[in-house]
Design a protein around this ligand. Structure first.
Ligand code: HEM
Length: 143
């Protein structure tokens, strides 16, 4: 990494990597939890209503956002984030709305399923934007 990172640690790159690994771990856990809970809810599987199943995603998502804010604090304003980060954040907004739709607003099973599937696809697309550091994400590979 060629940019100067803001950090109290003698080796700032290690701090950044530490946060990035936590972030990626939370991304994977968040995706897995949303995927499995969606299936459980749609099949009316009783554990879907258990307290830990409802609380754990909030803990993971909280950690995901905290690690992201930590990374953003360390990276100077001159970084390459300007191109893709705003698109990533806007799509996370779309993802959050779809998650809300699945859990609170869907009236039929078909609506819930369609919104769940769309949310998973948006999540994967956001991941591709982050990994490729490109606003078009995986689509950029075919252009
Ligand atoms: C659905 C939510 C999110 C997903 C799926 C996601 C995904 C990812 C992934 C996979 C990486 C690692 C990229 C790599 O391999 O280099 C990453 C890095 C990063 N994410 Fe996220 N993220 C999410 C939410 C956020 C949020 C809300 C923020 C900011 C508030 C954020 C800020 C960052 C930053 C700063 C990096 C480090 C980029 C770098 O310099 O390599 N992420 N994200």
């Amino acid at each position: 990494m060629s940019v100067r990172l803001r950090s109290a640690h003698p080796n700032p790159a290690m701090n950044f990597l530490f946060l990035k690994y936590i972030h990626i771990l939370c991304v994977a856990a968040s995706f897995a939890l949303f995927f499995i809970r969606g299936i459980w809810v749609m099949q009316s599987y009783p554990p879907a209503q258990e307290r830990w199943v409802k609380v754990l995603p909030h803990v993971v998502d909280g950690l995901l956002i905290l690690s992201a804010v930590g990374m953003l604090y360390m990276v100077p304003a001159t970084s390459d984030y300007k191109g893709w980060m705003p698109i990533k954040l806007a799509l996370i907004g779309v993802y959050a709305f779809l998650v809300l739709f699945v859990s609170r607003m869907a009236k039929t099973r078909l609506q819930r399923f369609a919104a769940w599937l769309a949310a998973l696809l948006v999540f994967l697309f956001v991941t591709s934007i982050a990994v490729l550091h490109h606003p078009m994400g995986v689509v950029s590979l075919f252009l």
